[in-house]
Design a protein around this ligand. Structure first.
Ligand SMILES: *[C@@H]1O[C@H](CO)[C@@H](O)[C@H](O)[C@H]1NC(C)=O
Ligand SMILES: *[C@@H]1O[C@H](CO)[C@@H](O)[C@H](O)[C@H]1NC(C)=O
Ligand SMILES: *[C@@H]1O[C@H](CO)[C@@H](O)[C@H](O)[C@H]1NC(C)=O
Length: 461
C-alpha cells in the first residue's frame, strides 16, 4: 500500500512541475498538417448491474460528437443490453446522472452483443479492415502518421487485465497492438476506467512512443461507481463511475474563456485527479503527450451565450466500490420487493451467488496451497492467498500469467465470465513475477483442484 501511495504522490509532483511550465500555453503540434482525430469508445461489460459502463460510454459519445468529431471517425463498442433492458424504467433511454439527459439517443453503436470482444477490439485499433469487414459496421481506426487516437475504455479490471464479457485483454496484448502500429499515428491518449487500471501500464507502457494513459485507479486499487441506489431508479444500479463522470461533466460545462480549447491534457488530469478522491487517478507513458491540448484529441465546442444546455453542477455522490455493486443491487431489490415469488427468486439468486463464490474461493485457494507446497521458496514473496504482496508487473510475466488463467478457465470455470474472480487472481500474477516458468508445473495441480467443480459456475459477481 505504501508503494502505491508513494507512486501516486510522485506522479502528482512530476505532473505538477511538468504541467506548470506549460500551464498557459499548451504546445500545439509542430507540423502544419493537423491530421485526423480518431475516437474509440468501449464499454466492456454486460448486464443491468453494469448499467454505468454503457452510460459513461454513451455520455462520452455525446460529448465527442458535440465537440465536432465526425461520426465516421468514432468507433463504439457496447453490448447494448441496457437501453431496452427489462429493468429499465425508461425503455430506450440511458442516463449518466440523476435526472440527467438521455445519453443513448443518437449513439451509433458499431459493434454490439458478442462482437464486443478482445479480438475485435485489437483489430479495430490496429486498423485491420479486412478482418472486420463482415462484423458490425466494419469500421476500424485507419490512422495515418499525422493522426491522433483517443481511446476511452470503461469496464471491470484486475492485475494486468481489462475485462470483456467473454475474455480478458492482457496488458501485453494491448502493448503489442500499439507496437504494431507505431509510425501509423502521431499520438495516442487513453482514458481508462477500471479497477486496478494502473496495472495495465505501470512498468509496461514505454515513455517514448507518444502514448499517454490516464487511469481511474492505481495498480492495486478499486475504482468507484457513483449515483448508486437512487429512489428514482426502482431497480438498483449505479448510473456512472466516478472518474468518467468527473471528466465528462466538467467538459459538458461551457467555458466562456475558451479554456476547453486551450486546456492541456495535464491540466485536465490535475483537475480530475483533484476531484476524484475515492481512488488515485494516475498517468503513465509518454509525458510529452500530456502537454498537448486535450481538444486536439477530442475536439471542443465554441462557447456561445445562448448555450441552452444549462448544465447543473451536481456533486458526485452515492459512491460504491465497483466490486460491491452487484451484491448491493440484489440486496436492495430484495429489500424493496413487494411480491413473495420475486423475493424468493432474489434470495435464491443471492444464495446461489454466495455458494458459487465459496466454490471459486476454495478452488483458487487450493491451487495456491498446492503450488506453495511444491515451491515453499516463493510463499514469502507472493504473500497469502487472501493477502497477496504488491509486486510490480513487467512484460515478461504475461505468457506465464495468461497460461495459468487459461488453464483454470479450461479446467475449472470461465474466469472472464465470473467477475467475482477479478479480485482473486493477482496472486497468480505474483507467482509469475517470482518465477515466470511456474505455469509449467501447475497443469496437474489445476486439473486436480478442479476435478469436482460444478459446471454451473457462470456470471458469479
Ligand atoms: C469475437 O467476435 C467475432 C465476431 O464478431 C468472432 O468471430 C470471434 O470468434 C470472437 N472472438 C472470440 C475470441 O470469441
Ligand atoms: C473540482 O472541484 C472544484 C472545487 O470543489 C470545483 O470548483 C471544480 O468545478 C471541480 N471540477 C470538476 C472537474 O468537477
Ligand atoms: C521483469 O521482472 C522479473 C521479475 O521481477 C525480472 O527478473 C526481470 O528482470 C524483469 N524484466 C525486465 C525487462 O525488467
Amino acid at each position: 500500500m505504501i508503494g502505491v501511495f508513494n507512486l501516486a504522490v510522485l506522479a502528482l509532483f512530476a505532473v505538477g512541475s511538468f504541467a506548470g511550465n506549460n500551464n498557459q500555453n499548451p504546445t500545439e503540434d509542430d507540423s502544419l498538417y493537423e491530421g485526423k482525430k480518431w475516437v474509440v469508445l468501449v464499454a466492456g461489460s454486460k448486464g443491468w448491474s453494469n448499467y454505468r459502463h454503457q452510460a459513461d460510454i454513451c455520455h462520452a459519445y455525446q460529448l465527442i460528437r458535440s465537440n465536432g468529431i465526425p461520426e465516421e471517425n468514432i468507433i463504439t463498442m457496447m453490448v447494448d443490453d441496457i437501453a431496452y433492458n427489462k429493468w429499465n424504467p425508461k425503455p430506450g433511454q440511458i442516463i449518466n446522472k440523476p435526472k440527467g439527459p438521455d445519453v443513448y439517443n443518437g449513439v451509433v453503436i458499431d459493434y454490439k452483443g458478442a462482437d464486443v470482444n478482445k479480438t475485435n477490439f485489437l483489430k479495430i485499433i490496429t486498423g485491420d479492415q479486412e478482418a472486420m469487414e463482415s462484423i458490425g459496421t466494419g469500421k476500424v481506426v485507419k490512422s495515418g502518421r499525422h493522426d491522433k487516437i483517443f481511446i476511452n475504455f470503461v469496464d471491470h479490471g484486475s492485475t494486468g487485465i481489462l475485462g470483456f464479457p467473454d475474455d480478458f485483454l492482457y496488458a501485453d496484448e494491448l502493448n503489442d497492438a500499439f507496437d504494431s502500429i507505431y509510425g501509423n499515428y502521431k499520438k495516442i491518449l487513453l482514458y481508462i476506467e477500471a479497477c486496478e487500471a494502473g496495472s495495465m501500464f505501470d512498468g509496461i507502457l514505454r515513455e517514448d512512443t507518444n502514448i499517454l494513459a490516464i487511469t481511474a485507479s492505481g495498480p492495486r486499487e478499486s475504482s468507484y461507481a457513483c449515483y448508486c441506489g437512487l429512489d428514482l431508479f426502482p431497480v438498483y444500479t449505479c448510473l456512472g463511475d466516478v472518474f468518467s463522470v468527473t471528466w465528462l461533466e466538467d467538459l459538458d460545462e461551457p467555458k466562456p474563456d475558451r479554456s476547453s480549447k486551450q486546456r492541456s491534457i495535464f491540466n485536465d488530469f490535475r483537475e480530475v485527479r483533484t476531484n476524484v478522491s475515492k481512488s488515485n487517478v494516475m498517468v503513465y507513458g509518454d509525458f510529452d503527450v500530456g502537454s498537448k491540448r486535450l481538444s486536439s484529441f477530442i475536439g471542443y465546442r465554441e462557447y456561445s451565450d445562448d448555450v441552452s444546455l444549462n448544465v447543473q453542477k451536481s456533486s458526485i455522490k452515492d459512491t460504491v466500490s465497483s466490486r460491491e455493486v452487484y451484491e448491493r443491487a440484489i440486496q436492495n431489490q430484495l429489500a424493496n420487493s413487494k411480491s413473495l415469488p420475486e423475493s424468493l427468486k432474489l434470495s435464491a439468486e443471492l444464495s446461489q451467488n454466495n455458494k458459487m463464490k465459496s466454490v471459486i474461493d476454495s478452488v483458487l485457494k487450493n491451487i495456491y496451497s498446492e503450488v506453495v507446497k511444491a515451491r515453499p521458496d516463493i510463499k514469502s514473496k507472493i504473500g497469502d492467498y487472501g493477502k497477496p504482496s504488491y509486486l510490480k508487473l513487467n512484460l515478461s510475466v504475461f505468457p506465464c500469467y495468461r497460461s495459468i488463467l487459461n488453464q483454470i478457465t479450461e479446467n475449472c470455470f470461465s474466469l472472464p465470465k465470473n467477475p467475482y474472480v477479478l479480485d482473486k487472481i493477482n496472486i497468480f500474477a505474483n507467482m509469475c513475477v517470482v518465477d515466470n516458468q511456474i505455469h509449467q508445473m501447475m497443469g496437474n495441480i489445476i486439473i486436480k483442484s478442479c476435478s469436482d467443480v460444478p459446471d454451473n459456475i457462470v456470471d458469479v459477481q
